[in-house]
Design a protein around this ligand. Structure first.
Ligand code: BGC
Length: 360
């Protein structure tokens, strides 16, 4: 993919443009000669649809560009991810592409990788506390939160409505660097309404530690929502909105609400445009999701790797935001897109991300 095309892709969500597959981008690049160099791809889990797509897209794109690929999933166990990466280092890969489970668990294995001059790309999730990460490919993670917070503000018409409205807050795993970016982005929009009294968090749970969800697990979120409903909404009051960072967590929250008798759902956010949740949007159970085209992320990552292995500087568009505690990691950030009942067809179906028959 050439630079201009990527700018086009990320600037607006031109449905036809996005329909380009990552592999087409990689091979049209002319950078398509990995000449058998080896890439180790370490993904966090198969429990979420998005990481399966990420793994598949990356593998295909790298293979199309001439690389040999090892792809492994660590099922949300950080220690397993470390040993899988150790094995890849032992196999003399040239590049590691890693979506970390625990952002602070990888310093040791990455030091080994650096000893062997292996290029390390933090994929979607920044790796912290190590000098041995070269580049970061992700989305504008603060904007993901801004889109979620703004959706709630607009759906409840917080600017003009009298309120007060009840809201409950959920965040992702504390071991994931993205969690704070998502929440801070949303909270910057919502907190002023809480201060003003238009939004009320009846549980009083507003700190990241209180609202985090271990392993991004929907079942954990469901249990927390059950507790919130029985402890703070047993007086007949209802929840008007739930800030949820990810579709799997949203589905857990929805199950809890259904279990306690809600037939009309509050405003509920999400992220990743997972098939099940787009169906929920169509059925009026979930309000929105944030779409992040994993095909584009794979293409961006392949571009980075091709450049580095070619002795060139890869294109980056952010050299300020992502300080990992040791250094600011140069990043290429893609644009997330807010999706609801009004634009899901254009954004996720017409672009070829989800087949219409999967939603039937
Ligand atoms: C990703 C999200 C995803 C979450 C849970 C985050 O690091 O950026 O897209 O929803 O992990 O898998």
């Amino acid at each position: 993919m050439n630079v201009n095309r990527r700018h086009l892709l990320t600037g607006t969500i031109g449905a036809a443009a996005v329909a380009l597959t990552a592999s087409a981008c990689a091979s049209e690049d002319g950078g398509g000669d990995g000449s058998g160099q080896k890439v180790g791809i370490s993904m966090p889990t198969k429990t979420s649809e998005r990481w399966i797509l990420d793994g598949d897209n990356l593998k295909t794109s790298f293979e199309d560009a001439g690389y040999e690929v090892t792809l492994q999933y660590a099922n949300d166990v950080a220690a397993d991810q470390v040993s899988q990466i150790e094995t890849m280092v032992g196999q003399n890969v040239n590049v590691l592409v890693i979506a970390a489970i625990d952002n602070k668990s990888l310093s040791g294995v990455l030091a080994q990788a650096k000893d062997q001059d292996i290029t390390v790309i933090a994929y979607d999730r920044l790796i912290l506390d190590t000098p041995d990460v070269d580049y970061y490919a992700s989305f504008d993670n603060t904007k993901v939160g801004t889109l979620q917070g703004t959706y709630i503000a607009e759906a409840l018409e917080l600017e003009t409505a009298a309120g007060p409205f009840n809201i409950e807050l959920f965040a992702g795993a504390l071991t994931d660097n993205n969690t704070q970016y998502f929440f801070n982005g949303a909270w910057a929009v919502l907190e002023p309404y809480v201060t003003e009294g238009k939004l009320v968090v009846k549980s009083g749970q507003t700190t990241l530690e209180q609202i985090a969800t271990e392993n991004w697990d929907g079942a954990v979120a469901q249990e927390r929502m059950d507790n919130i409903l029985s402890n703070f909404y047993n007086d007949g009051s209802i929840v008007d909105a739930v800030l949820s960072p990810y579709d799997g967590i949203s589905r857990g929250i929805i199950a809890s609400l259904q279990g306690s008798g809600y037939t009309t759902m509050p405003v509920i956010t999400g992220q990743d445009a997972e098939v099940e949740s787009v169906k929920y949007i169509i059925d009026g159970l979930q309000s929105m999701t944030v779409y992040k085209d994993t095909r584009e992320l794979a293409a961006t990552t392949v571009d980075m790797v091709v450049a580095v292995l070619d002795g060139k500087d890869p294109e980056v568009n952010d050299e300020e935001t992502y300080d990992n505690g040791v250094k600011v990691v140069p990043a290429y950030l893609l644009e997330p897109v807010s999706v609801d009942i009004n634009n899901y067809q254009e954004v996720v179906v017409d672009s070829g991300y989800i087949n219409a028959d999967e939603l039937a």
